[in-house]
Design a protein around this ligand. Structure first.
Ligand code: IPE
Ligand code: IPE
Ligand code: MG
Length: 241
């Protein structure tokens, strides 16, 4: 524009985190058991992942099951584990499209069968770079930081590390996200809840947030576009001016 300084938009976010929330309420509204909401939410996961790639997103992390979600009734936990098992097979269609799959969280909570499947999907997609799809399963940010602290303490005890060697970078490299997954730029939480619920608490130190009232099974491609568009208008200062 000639006389008006045009607003500079940010490039699309490199790393987006999504808290898939509202499945239970979606089912309740329809008089269905909560597990039907999870099933529907899993379909949304596929649609949104496919769309994210077209928007230029490189890392996409989904909160699928938290360290606190074991508190739910056993039948709901069982339904979620069954769904996870089924979806692990469906990841093959992403892998065919050169999507790299990784899981973050404490795997010791899962059955050996699920653990083997998770490792298999990671191994066969390890060299792909088209999109990094990261699933947070039995994930908790506090658990992740505790786990990293323990790993550093073990190295100090073994004489491999001096306490003064411990930097932000070193601690970060011991998180489940490892040394290469970048900090999250944008966190999206639908369903009207305005909290992180222990998701990526270290990695989100300078994240931008986007909330809406849509229940996750109803979350559309347009909602993802709206979140990205809102992000691009933000002014990220990182403590500077
Ligand atoms: C999110 O939906 C899915 C998981 C936590 C696994 P919820 O099950 O939390 O749905 P609401 O929040 O009860 O509606
Ligand atoms: C966060 O949602 C966890 C996942 C989406 C996997 P919750 O529904 O468990 O969070 P709270 O309990 O409302 O904070
Ligand atoms: Mg919820």
């Amino acid at each position: 524009m000639a006389d008006k300084k045009s607003v500079e938009l940010l490039p699309p976010p490199v790393h987006v985190g999504i808290i898939m929330d509202g499945n239970g309420r979606w089912a309740k509204k329809r008089g269905l058991p909560r597990k039907f909401g999870h099933r529907e939410g899993a379909k949304t996961f596929k649609t949104i992942t496919r769309h994210a790639e077209t928007l230029g997103i490189k890392y996409l992390t989904y909160y699928a099951f938290s360290t606190e979600n074991w508190r739910r009734p056993q039948d709901e936990v069982d339904a979620l584990m069954d769904l996870f098992d089924k979806y692990l097979d469906e990841f093959d269609s992403f892998i065919k499209d050169e999507v790299r799959i990784r899981f973050i969280g404490d795997r010791s909570g899962f059955s050996q069968h699920l653990r083997d499947k998770m490792k298999q999907k990671e191994d066969i997609s390890a060299h792909f770079t088209k999109l990094n799809l990261i699933i947070a399963a039995n994930y908790g940010g506090r658990d992740e930081i505790t786990h990293a602290a323990r790993s550093l303490a073990e190295d100090v005890k073994a004489g491999k590390l001096e306490p003064s060697d411990i930097s932000e970078e070193l601690l970060q490299s011991r998180l489940y996200t490892g040394p290469d997954i970048p900090s999250v730029d944008l966190i999206i939480r639908p369903s009207g809840e305005l909290r992180l619920s222990n998701f990526l608490i270290w990695q989100s130190a300078y994240a931008e947030y986007y909330f809406n009232n849509i229940l996750w099974p109803d979350f559309s491609k347009k909602d993802l576009e709206d979140a990205v568009a809102a992000y691009r208008t933000r002014n990220r200062r990182f403590g500077g001016v």
